[in-house]
Design a protein around this ligand. Structure first.
Ligand code: PLP
Length: 440
């Protein structure tokens, strides 16, 4: 298979993807199985992957900076992960039991050692299910309906968690009012949601105090989109104010859990939430999520003593447990995570230097193993700041990178893996430099 040649026209190179999109649109709205996978004029459809590389239907090769929106931190088809999946299947003789099995407690004990040694947890099939149940648990604990969430923060495709996820420039002019995140959201959801401004501790405190008697929880991405860092005292302040009012604080670390640092933002910033949501990497590339935290709250989910509902046909999927543990085994090997952080820095500092050399004003906000590029003069501190960025320039960059064999989901962050080697980084920086004249 061949590399997508630099400077060639994307449409000319991706005719099979175009034909596939035309066919898929007849059965799947937009030709995709999830809105996030769509981009204009049609998404590139893939056929094969290995390490940090993807090959599309036209046999073009790409270096993958999407990594299935984050989970594939070891790259595609890591031998240790594939072996764990095969071994699990062979030893069990089935894909699943529909009953408890030993990997569940083994993996739970391991994740709790990392995140909450005195706590408890439950597995889910996705990050969304993890946040749904964390919020339900908080409501069960506080016996109240209202929740607070931050503008611009994503917690999965649930009506109430989508509120004010991507308000437009026009909508934010109305202030911090709850904005529906999807057509079909009932008004009652908006009435029960308080919207908070990330990295504005005074306003956040004021809003939490104002609604303290009605709030069941505050949910936050402790690192916004996993690349916008919290101010030094922001998470500590948030912890204090929520503790003052006994309002459970939920850290959604579905993305940040093993990307911002091994052990997530709570490890990096030394702030312990009441509840934590995990996903993405903990399934090693198979569907898996988890919610964990204080035992007194998690015990509400004990079916022997309570009536809290959490169930799922596929939760605790044996192959996902095995793949997730194999992934953590690899990440915990001495030097592996540090090397990944170094690789990420090599890309971000390379991008920053090239932007400077070519006099292109842009910010490259980065944390851990995730970064983004925003065509703006100021490093963003929260969602509102990102609204000032020039999206048209970003779109030109994304198309140019795709044309040159660098796979980034247009407009989305870049994720790194341990499979990104020196050759891949060199090719990425070359493609980036070649793209800049069209943007400058
Ligand atoms: C922070 C965060 N929370 C929740 C989710 C939802 O996870 P899933 O797509 O596995 O349902 C995502 C997915 O991107 C996420 O980034």
């Amino acid at each position: 298979m061949t590399e997508a040649g630099a400077g060639t026209d994307l449409a000319a190179k991706t005719k099979a993807s175009r034909a596939y999109a035309d066919r898929a649109r007849r059965s799947l709205p937009g030709g995709v199985t999830a809105g996030v996978k769509y981009f204009d004029p049609y998404p590139i459809a893939m056929k094969k992957a290995k390490g940090c590389r993807l090959w599309d239907l036209d046999r073009n090769a790409y270096i993958d900076y999407c990594l299935s929106f984050g989970p594939l931190i070891l790259g595609h088809g890591h031998p240790r992960v594939l072996k764990a999946i095969r071994d699990s299947l062979e030893s069990a003789g089935t894909t699943m039991f529909g009953a408890p099995h030993e990997l569940e407690a083994t993996y739970a004990e391991r994740l709790l050692r990392i995140f909450r040694p005195d706590g408890k947890m439950r597995f889910t099939m996705s990050g969304t299910e993890a946040t749904i149940h964390a919020v339900r648990l908080a409501r069960a604990y506080r016996k109240r309906p209202m929740i607070a969430k931050f503008e611009g923060h994503f917690h999965g495709g649930v009506d109430e968690l989508l509120v004010s996820y991507t308000p437009s420039n026009e909508e934010v002019k109305r202030g911090l009012v709850p904005i529906s995140g999807s057509r079909g959201t009932p008004d009652s959801v908006l009435k029960n949601t308080v919207v908070l401004p990330f990295n504005d501790l005074d306003e956040t405190e004021a809003r939490i105090r104002e609604h303290a008697d009605r709030l069941a929880c505050v949910i936050v991405e402790p690192v916004e989109r996993s690349y916008i860092a919290p101010d030094p005292d922001f998470l500590k302040g948030l912890r204090e104010i929520t503790a003052d009012h006994d309002v459970p604080l939920i850290f959604d670390e579905v993305m940040s859990g093993f990307r911002v640092a091994f052990g997530g933002a709570q490890h990096a910033y030394r702030v312990t939430p009441d509840l934590t949501c995990l996903g993405k990497i903990i399934g090693g590339g198979l569907p898996c999520g988890a919610f964990l935290g204080r035992s007194d709250i998690l015990d509400l989910a004990d079916p022997a003593t309570g009536d809290f509902f959490h169930s799922s046909t596929f939760a605790g999927y044996p192959m996902a447990m095995a793949a997730g543990m194999a992934t953590l085994d690899e990440l915990e090997k001495p030097g592996v995570f540090d090397a990944l952080l170094k690789t990420t820095r090599a890309v971000t500092s390379g991008f920053e230097k090239l932007l400077k050399d070519h006099h292109v004003p842009a910010a490259v906000p980065a944390l851990g193993t995730v970064f983004s590029i925003l065509f703006t003069n100021h490093a963003p501190r929260n969602y509102r700041d990102t609204l000032g960025a020039n999206d048209a320039r970003r779109s030109v960059l994304d198309t140019s990178l795709l044309t040159r064999g660098i796979f980034v989901k247009p407009g989305k962050p870049f994720y790194l893996s341990t499979a990104h080697d020196e050759a891949a980084i060199r090719q990425t920086l070359e493609a980036f430099e070649e793209s800049l004249p069209a943007i400058a």
